[in-house]
Design a protein around this ligand. Structure first.
Ligand code: ADP
Ligand code: MG
Length: 486
């Protein structure tokens, strides 16, 4: 497709994200909710849908839904019902899914992302509702048969439905990234797309740029990474534009993404869509959420990535890049928050956390919980650099590695015992300068004749003479002053 044709069209995207809740037990039974257990071991008669068994609401899922709703600025409905969504499938033993059809727990709200130009963009959230997962059909283990694992049946899910506000595959990528960050900050879902604890269905349509109405939407499923969500949407946009350009009508359908081929394949069309015959779930009472309950959840909210991002860019004057990286995971952000309780040098603190600290964690496959250096010690390290006692190179290359082994000493103690304190008092530096000048009369002559870049040579000599302990900033300034006076 030529860029000219591509640029005639606008893509329109709305995403439906399913997040598996990190509860101990399932949504409507006391079966354990765990990933990777031996198949069909967490399956009581409730999960198996035996006649006469009754679901019982897991209160934790309500709390988690409120948490997410508050984080998105949603309205939390005071009263809601549960509904049955009826269909037959081997991994759904009850023959229906318990969900919320007309009365989602959260309505309205938004998630902020960056658009293609790096500007803030609000993606509205239509609704968030509670429902249960189905079991898992496994098609690729047995050559002849499909296997069913019902451990996942009844695992609590939150479905997060966006408005069709997303305009490119890149925005979709940013949106899912933000949603995943949010559920991880809230500790309600591990966000692991490979294990499908976070899943995303993409609704994609295209229209001519000046069109008044959206085009026919296609729903794409089965993307097991955020990158694949982006790829599937990109493929779908191109496929739809080409169909329109070739005069082929688009049909409302559900397609599956084939990650190996990078294409989408039709699964079912609208005509073949099921009628789910939603009706109120008679075995669960409607739930009523009191204002006190919402306030109790609000009090326990962790800091949110966007709040921290705005604080870092607006108040601490960090770059958007730094703020984005620091807030990528909650643990790192909270570590940084601790560091800046002890220093006002926010930029240096950011550099340490994203540089030395993060590389150490990455190289050793560690989480910040097991990082030996306390945040206050990082602030001490920054302080001895600021006061000119050690250079940042020495702090990073000599003291930081030592602190990792010996986290009970202060950076200053280590600098002293390792004989690393740099000389920044004028008198001792001047002594070095005078020596260097005396030993290199030729270079001094050339400097006076205008070869000002020789200052680098003199500095090299000085650092050698001081065994690297002269404060380079102070020394450089004094060196120039002295030479220029000659
Ligand atoms: P359905 O009735 O098919 O479930 P909804 O109106 O409930 O459709 O929307 C489902 C999802 O599809 C939402 O995320 C919504 O933003 C998105 N969506 C709706 N219309 C379009 C469209 N024309 N193009 C892209 N996405 C759309
Ligand atoms: Mg719908």
């Amino acid at each position: 497709m030529t860029p000219e044709i591509r640029s005639k069209y606008q893509a329109v995207i709305g995403l439906e994200v399913h997040a598996q809740m990190l509860t101990k037990t399932k949504a409507y039974s006391s079966d354990i909710n765990e990933f990777g257990a031996t198949p069909n071991t967490n399956v009581s008669v409730v999960t198996l849908g035996h006649p006469g068994t009754l679901p019982k609401m897991n209160k934790k899922t309500v709390e988690y839904a409120i948490k997410l709703g508050l984080a998105c600025g949603s309205d939390i409905a005071e009263q809601q019902n549960f509904d049955r969504k009826n269909y037959f499938y081997p991994d759904l033993p009850k023959g229906y899914q318990i969900t919320q059809d007309k009365t989602p727990i959260c309505q309205n709200g938004s998630v902020f992302i960056k658009d293609a130009d790096g500007n803030d963009k609000e993606i509205k959230i239509t609704r968030i509702h509670m429902e249960e997962d189905a079991g898992k059909s496994i098609h690729d283990v047995d050559v002849y048969d499909t296997l069913v694992d019902l451990n996942r049946a009844g695992v609590p899910l939150l479905e997060i439905v966006s408005e069709p506000d997303i305009r490119s595959s890149e925005e979709a990528y940013n949106y899912v990234t933000e949603v995943r960050k949010l559920v991880r900050y809230l500790d309600i879902c591990d966000g692991n797309m490979e294990e499908s604890s976070l899943r995303c269905d993409a609704n994609v349509s295209v229209m001519l740029k000046d069109a008044k109405e959206f085009g026919t939407k296609v729903e794409v499923k089965n993307m097991n990474s955020i990158r694949n969500v982006q790829k599937a949407i990109e493929f779908e946009i191109t496929r739809q534009i080409e169909a329109i350009e070739n005069g082929e009508p688009l049909t409302q359908e559900t397609r599956s993404f084939d990650a190996l081929k990078g294409i989408t394949i039709s699964m079912r069309t609208k005509e073949a869509a099921m009628d789910y015959r939603y009706f109120p779930e008679p075995d669960l009472l409607p739930i009523r959420i009191k204002q006190e309950q919402i306030e109790a959840v609000r009090k326990k909210m962790p800091p949110l990535p966007r709040e921290l991002y705005l604080k870092y860019t607006n108040e601490l004057k960090l770059s958007e890049y730094d703020a984005f990286n620091l807030t990528d995971t909650k643990d790192i952000a909270l570590y940084y928050e601790e560091v800046i309780k002890h220093t006002k040098n926010y930029k240096a603190a950011a550099n340490w956390v994203m540089g030395d600290v993060k590389s150490y964690l990455n190289q050793n496959g560690l989480e910040i919980e097991s990082f030996p250096i306390k945040p206050a010690t990082i602030a001490d390290l920054i302080a001895i650099i600021e006061s000119g006692k050690v250079s940042s190179t020495v702090a990073s290359q000599k003291i930081f590695p030592e602190l990792l082994k010996n986290s009970s000493s202060t950076p200053l103690e280590l600098a002293e015992s390792m004989n690393l304190i740099q000389e920044s008092d004028e008198d001792s530096i001047l002594t070095y300068i005078e020596d260097v000048i005396r030993q290199h009369p030729d270079e001094v002559g050339r400097y006076k004749d205008g070869e000002k870049q020789l200052v680098g040579f003199f500095m090299g000599q000085l650092m050698k003479a001081s065994k690297g302990k002269a404060d380079p900033k102070a020394a450089n300034q004094l060196m120039r002053q002295t030479l220029d006076k000659l």
